[in-house]
Design a protein around this ligand. Structure first.
Ligand code: HEC
Ligand code: HEC
Ligand code: HEC
Ligand code: HEC
Length: 508
């Protein structure tokens, strides 16, 4: 596998930092010919696939993107701004539009072969539930009853299955309806940041029926490592980013970035906890046929227990050396050699909660149970259910507030203060603190209204240091992991992070 997903995120994250100073990311248009060729072959192979499994009557169904693409609906050419051109922006520039066709590429074929799937990736629900969903959960709809697979991750994947809202949403009274009334038609309110965070996390972290587990990773799937504010900035917006901010009131720009970051932290962990509950409850005790040489169970998603992908990847995947910097670093309260649960998603959760209840960690007990070699499944379900309830409450509380610039500045300085410790833990925690600093600082820079969004003086200095941090986090050429992450990298990261912290507190 030659792709470097992590590196790509980091580059993408740099683009986030540069969103307003270097202009928007360039438009990467797919060569049309390739897409059309794929579409033809896909149509042929899907035609025999219409499955007989029943769709429950009260569940909304997907109608397909064709219903949105007309020039007088969402298919304008963009010359008069984004409004009305949502389809055109998505089909030309949005990576989601090629999520299905990517299931034909070499990496996907390699994954299907390594897993010994009994059908190609582009027909396996295991992949389609995220790359070309045909229904909202619980995914009991038929595979490709109509040619909507080609849409990949399209309008309905985020805005909700449209069979019941397509008609009503073009009527005049639709705009008068409240989000709750719209939800009754199966329409999701993506303006609501908590809803948005959960929608993205359902695929980018996972949920029951959508599971990139270690089997898929070991077979070659790029690592999922989601952070809402970076990912939100990295899809070409088919909506007005200004309108997104304006909803936040007086300190709109800083409040928006900070809330999006906070909500993203909480929504991601909530999704991981949801998936954990599912695995703990329904993973079979039997060793799947796969282990003894059979096919992967019918290319449907399965729950595996215990699931390696819940542990930080680089806790297992690293060199062995003596003396080891990990031994001198210590294990942050864990037993030496135990598993760090969700090291990508959880390190900054206490920074989010400080504002509300002095920095409690809603997943602390769950993480200790999960750090045991054989976590108790019943205990896990009970701890996780409790954590999920707290996370849901926290997400909604954050969502309801509007943050002043002063509050955001306080949050930024808290994260900056914490970041040298996080950088000492591992690459995951270091990178999450980098992304947090970028998001929070970007919001404040925007709020200060620097001319053309170009950061000046002090802001520019902080941006330069953030770029140095990024340089230290990037993977070495040809590697798919931070191979050289060690005591030396840690120290250099800490120096830069401390400089950022000082610069923030002195205002220089
Ligand atoms: C139905 C599942 C699904 C949902 C919902 C979803 N995504 Fe994605 N997303 C994907 C898949 C699959 C890909 C990979 C597409 C490809 O390249 O083949 C992707 C790719 C991306 C990428 C590009 C990543 C990269 O490394 O280049 C970004 C950014 C992104 N999504 C952001 C978001 C955001 C923000 C949301 C919520 C508003 C969201 N996604 C909702 C499935 C989803
Ligand atoms: C839980 C949802 C989910 C499932 C299940 C899933 N994927 Fe993905 N896949 C994603 C997301 C999200 C991305 C984008 C990752 C990123 O860049 O952050 C992605 C990226 C990819 C990519 C890289 C796309 C590129 O840009 O080249 C390939 C290839 C891929 N997936 C293949 C598969 C195959 C094959 C399967 C089934 C065996 C599968 N995926 C199952 C969510 C999923
Ligand atoms: C990856 C998730 C995702 C996909 C796919 C997606 N959208 Fe969106 N869409 C959003 C988000 C997030 C917003 C911004 C919040 C909002 O205005 O609802 C948005 C906003 C919009 C808006 C603006 C609403 C307003 O009041 O300004 C329209 C219209 C829209 N999308 C239509 C579409 C259409 C049509 C498609 C398919 C061609 C599509 N979307 C695909 C996530 C998505
Ligand atoms: C508890 C230990 C453990 C954790 C945690 C773990 N892995 Fe693995 N991984 C393994 C083992 C064991 C193998 C099989 C190695 C072999 O067969 O030589 C493996 C194999 C792989 C492979 C196959 C290629 C290779 O270089 O070995 C990839 C890719 C991979 N893991 C990615 C990941 C990712 C991504 C994560 C985090 C989401 C992760 N792993 C977490 C133990 C782990």
């Amino acid at each position: 596998m030659t792709r470097q997903p992590h590196l790509r995120l980091l580059i993408a994250a740099a683009a986030l930092a540069g969103l307003t100073w270097f202009g928007r990311p360039s438009r990467g248009v797919e060569p049309g010919g390739v897409q059309i060729a794929l579409q033809t072959s896909a149509r042929t192979s899907d035609s025999g696939e219409a499955s007989s499994s029943a769709v429950s009557v009260d569940q909304s169904q997907y109608v397909g993107v064709a219903g949105c693409a007309a020039a007088n609906c969402h298919g304008r050419d963009g010359s008069r701004g984004v409004l009305g051109s949502e389809y055109s922006i998505w089909i030309q520039d949005d990576p989601h539009a090629r999520a299905y066709t990517d299931l034909f590429n070499e990496t996907s074929q390699g994954i299907a072969a390594a897993l010994r799937l009994d059908k190609p990736a582009h027909q396996a629900k295991l992949c389609l539930n995220c790359h070309a969903p045909q229904s909202d959960p619980p995914f009991d709809g038929p595979v490709a009853a109509h040619g909507t697979l080609l849409d990949g991750v399209s309008c309905e994947s985020c805005h909700g299955a449209a069979s019941r809202w397509l008609g009503p949403h073009v009527r005049r009274d639709w705009k008068q309806k409240s989000p709750a009334e719209k939800a009754e038609f199966g329409f999701r309110d993506t303006k609501d940041l908590w809803v948005r965070g959960k929608v993205c996390a359902d695929c980018h972290v996972g949920e029951p029926g959508r599971d990139v587990n270690h089997d898929l990773y070991a077979a070659g799937h790029p690592r999922l490592f989601f952070e809402l504010s970076a990912f939100n900035a990295n899809i070409p917006a088919h909506w007005s980013r200004d309108a997104d901010r304006r909803r936040e009131g007086s300190d709109a720009a800083s409040s928006f970035e900070a809330k999006l970051w906070e909500v993203g932290q909480v929504a991601s962990v909530e999704a991981a906890v949801d998936l954990l509950i599912h695995r703990a409850k329904s993973a079979s005790e039997d060793i799947p046929a796969f282990a003894s040489g059979g096919d992967y169970p019918h290319a449907e998603t399965i729950a595996v227990w215990p699931e390696l992908a819940e542990t930080g990847c680089f806790a297992c995947h690293h060199d062995l050396s003596s003396p080891s910097w990990r031994q001198s670093r210590g294990y942050a309260g864990r037993m030496p050699g135990s598993s760090p649960w969700q090291s990508w998603l959880t390190p900054l959760l206490s920074d989010v909660t400080t504002q509300f209840d002095g920095g409690s960690n809603p997943v602390a007990s769950l993480a200790s149970e999960m750090a045991k070699p054989y976590p108790d499944r019943t205990a896990v379900v009970s701890l996780a259910t409790d954590a999920q309830r707290q996370l849901e409450q926290l997400g909604q509380t954050i969502n309801q507030q509007k943050l002043s610039s002063d509050q955001v500045a306080a949050l930024l300085s808290r994260v900056a203060q914490h970041s040298p410790d996080l950088a000492a833990q591992n690459w995951d925690a270091a990178t999450q603190s980098y992304l947090a600093l970028v998001a929070l600082h970007q919001g404040l820079t925007d709020a200060r209204g620097n001319r053309n969004g170009v950061p000046e003086g002090h802001d520019r200095g902080i941006n330069n240091r953030l770029e140095e941090v990024l340089g230290l986090l990037a993977f070495p050429a040809g590697a798919d992991s931070p191979g050289s992450f060690n005591a030396d990298t840690t120290q250099r990261l800490q120096e830069r992070l401390q400089a950022i912290q000082q610069s923030l507190s002195s205002g220089r």
